[in-house]
Design a protein around this ligand. Sequence first.
Ligand code: PLP
Length: 394
Amino acid sequence: MTEAKLISALNEENLSYFSKTYVPSRLLLGPGPSNAHPEVLNALSLNPIGHLDEAYISLMSDVQKLLRYTWQCNNRLTLPMSGTGSAAMEASIANFIEEGEKILIAKKGYFGDRLVDMANRYKADVSVIEKPWGKSFSYEEIKYEIETKKPAIFAIVHAETSSGVLQPLDGIGDVCRKNNCLFLVDAVTSLGALELLIDEWKIDLAYSCSQKGLSCPPGLSPFTMNERAEAKLSSRKTKVPNWYLDLSLLNKYWGSDRVYHHTAPVNMNFAIREGLRLIANEGLENVWNRHNTNAKKLWNGLESLGMELHVSEDYRLPTLTTVKIPPAVDGDGFRNHLLRNFGIEIGNGLGELSGKVWRVGLMGFNSSEENVDRLLNLFDTELKKFSIFESSTF
Ligand code: PLP
C-alpha cells in the first residue's frame, strides 16, 4: 500500500469526489483585494518560464522601469517583493532597524498598529504618536515629534485602509532630512491610484501591494528605496535578522547580478508587468484623476441618499470610503445580502470601527463610473430592507 493510499484509508475518505476548482464571480468593492484586470489575468495564466531565463530577466527589467514610473522615482533599488504588502512592510522594518534603534510611528488606524508590532518584534526603541481612527496628523504635529524625539526612522501610513484617511505628506521629507532620519511610507492603498511622488516628496523608502491600485491578485509587494536608505542599510553593524526579506541578498537578484535568491513567483511578475503597463498606457495622472472623480461621485451619491461619511472631505481617502452604518440598519445583513444576491463585496469596519462603518473600495480596474452607479443603485433600493425597525414590525 502506498503512503497516499494509507492516508486516504486513514481518513476513510475517497478524495476523488472533488469537482474542478470553482470560484464565484464577484465585484470586489471592499478594502482589497480588488478585481484583477482581464489582461492581468491573461498574463497570469501564461506558462511559467525559468526565473533565470533571459526572457524573464528582461521582463524583470520592464517591471522595475514601470514601477519607477508608478512610484515616480529614480531609485535603483525598486522591486516587487514576493509576498503580500505585509512582506515589504516587514522588510522595511527588518532591514532598517537594529536592536535599540529609535523608530517613531504615527498611528491612526489598524495598519499603524501592525508597524508598531513589527518594530517591537525587531527590538526597536518604538515611540508612537496617535490620532483617533478617522483623523489625520498635521505637518506641525509631525515636525514637532520628529524634532523632539530624533528617531532614526519616521514611519507613517499614507492611505489608512482601516479608517479611510489620506495622510498629507508634504514637507515631511524635508523635516526628516534636517533631522537625519529616514522617511518610511506605507503606500499599500495609494500606489497606482493616488498622487504619490516618491522623489519629490523625499520619501526614502516605501512599500505597497499588488491587489489594489495595480489591478493584480495579491502576492507581490512593490518596494523602493533611495540612496539615503541604501547608505543606512550598508552601514548596519549586524546581519539582517530575516533571510527571506534581506534586501542586500534580494539586491543581488534584482540588481545587476541576477543571482538566484529564491524561486521568483514568475506568474505574479507576468501579472504585475501587465498591471503596470496598463497604468503607463492610461497615464499616471489620468489614473489619479479617474480615482478622484469616481470617489467624489460615490461620496455625493451616498450623501444624497442620506448616508453619513466617517471622514471629513479634507483628508478623505478616494480609494477607500468609510460609510457610517445607520443606527437602524443591520450592517452585516446588508453586506451579506449584497454578496449573496448581487455578487458584490463591501467591507465591514476593521478593529474599533467594526459594526460602525462599511468600507467601500474603488481601486485600480474597479474604480469606474459604472461600478459607482451600480453600488449607489443598490444602496437606494436594497438598504431599506435591512432597517431593524421595518423588520421588527413583522
Ligand atoms: N498596509 C495597509 C495600509 C493595508 O491596507 C494593508 C492591507 O490591506 C497592509 C498594509 C497589509 O497588506 P497585505 O494584506 O497585502 O499583507
